[in-house]
Design a protein around this ligand. Structure first.
Ligand SMILES: [Zn+2]
Length: 365
């Protein structure tokens, strides 16, 4: 009996040695050679693949920019919007894309029923008199058709999306710009603001960073500027101090990693909304938690794209919002994560696609 037990142990040891030997041979194999940036898995699961050609309900896109450089491109954009089901699109003003406000308003004039214009705060002169002039500029832009303010953008160094003028060092709770925020509220112009970046962009760039592939592009060095929590605090200060101004936090306030925290802010500040723009990957890898959030806050979420004008860009977002598809990749979004659809109920879809934006842009007036 003892002898046969010894034989079994010896056999197991032999097999384990053989396995270890195989592992040793694998050193220098694919796992050591393939770089994360080259990882491009192909789904083999036999799963439903939903192609949503046109959104289930008419859409108001609350987050885009001056992407179309020519009259022909604007006309093509309208054609795409017709095909995919977008009624109209917010063309937001900012420092890093598109023309100065007056120029793009003129460029889109022939299609002004399809586009809504947004303008920035003018920081050219930050003296008290300068800010008064900036308030007058805001009124002038409003008369020219601007329905909102944005996209403002602060990734730590201040509102560097501002145009004209340099917004470096100017955060949304800066006392100097409070007259501008109050003026926006008075004119019933919502303020759309990009605060911070997805949380992974603030984490160490090592093997523990879940969003490493995208963080490679968007990593934020906070050595000389505000970090994530300090930035969120500036936004919260502005929400608290300006209850009569509506704020739209772009990209889920870059807080899609922490739905309870984002929900708590929405609970606390009725003047706050979020848009879903350009955060498909950051939300569709946690489809159940995201779905729960979108259902709970269905009156406070706005549709936005922020990602160009191609029909397939829209359709990827529709697939995520509408379908129940599982485990598909969108490497163009910059992550190595597999995504899944939210399968949102019809009434929630309709609010996010259209009704919430319509309410802000009409009833708020
Ligand atoms: Zn944007």
């Amino acid at each position: 009996m003892k002898k046969s037990l010894f034989s079994i142990i010896a056999f197991v040891a032999l097999v384990m040695t053989a396995c270890n030997g195989q592992k040793a041979e694998e050193t220098g194999g694919p796992a050591d050679k393939i770089l994360l940036k080259d990882f491009a898995p192909v789904v083999v699961n036999n799963l439903p693949v939903t192609y949503v050609e046109r959104a289930k309900y008419d859409i108001i896109d609350m987050h885009a920019h001056d992407y179309a450089a020519t009259e022909e491109e604007i006309a093509q954009w309208c054609k795409t919007m017709d095909e995919v089901g977008v009624l109209n699109t917010a063309v937001m003003h900012c420092s890093w894309i598109g023309r100065p406000f007056e120029e793009y308003v003129a460029a889109y004039d022939a299609h002004k029923d399809r586009f809504r214009f947004w303008c920035c705060f003018d920081y050219t002169d930050m003296s008290e008199e300068g800010i008064q002039k900036a308030c007058e500029t805001l009124e002038r832009y409003h008369e020219m058709g601007a329905i909102g303010v944005g996209e403002l953008g602060d990734k730590g160094e201040g509102d560097t999306y501002a145009r004209p003028g340099d917004g470096t060092g100017i955060h949304i709770d800066d006392p100097r710009i409070q007259p501008l925020i109050a003026k926006a509220g008075e004119l019933k112009m919502p303020i759309s603001i990009h605060i911070a970046e997805p949380y992974w962009m603030y984490l160490p760039m090592d093997e523990t960073n879940d969003g490493l592939l995208n963080a490679v592009v968007w990593h934020v060095d906070t050595t000389n500027c505000l970090g994530y929590n300090a930035l969120v605090q500036t936004f919260e200060n502005a929400l608290r101090e300006n209850p009569n101004t509506i704020f739209i936090a772009c990209h889920y306030l870059n807080m899609s990693h922490d739905w309870p925290r984002l929900g708590a802010l929405l609970d606390k500040y009725p003047n706050m909304y979020v848009d879903i723009a350009a955060r498909v990957a950051e939300s569709a890898h946690t489809p159940r938690a995201t779905r729960e959030f979108l259902i709970k806050y269905q009156d406070r979420v706005l549709f936005g794209t922020d990602n160009g004008m191609s029909p397939e860009m829209y359709r990827t977002i529709f697939r995520v919002l509408e379908s129940n598809d599982e485990h598909f990749y969108c490497p163009e979004l910059g992550y190595h994560w597999a995504l899944s659809g939210f399968n949102l109920p019809d009434e929630v879809l309709k609010k996010i696609y259209h009704d919430n934006a319509e309410r802000i842009l009409t009833e708020y007036k």
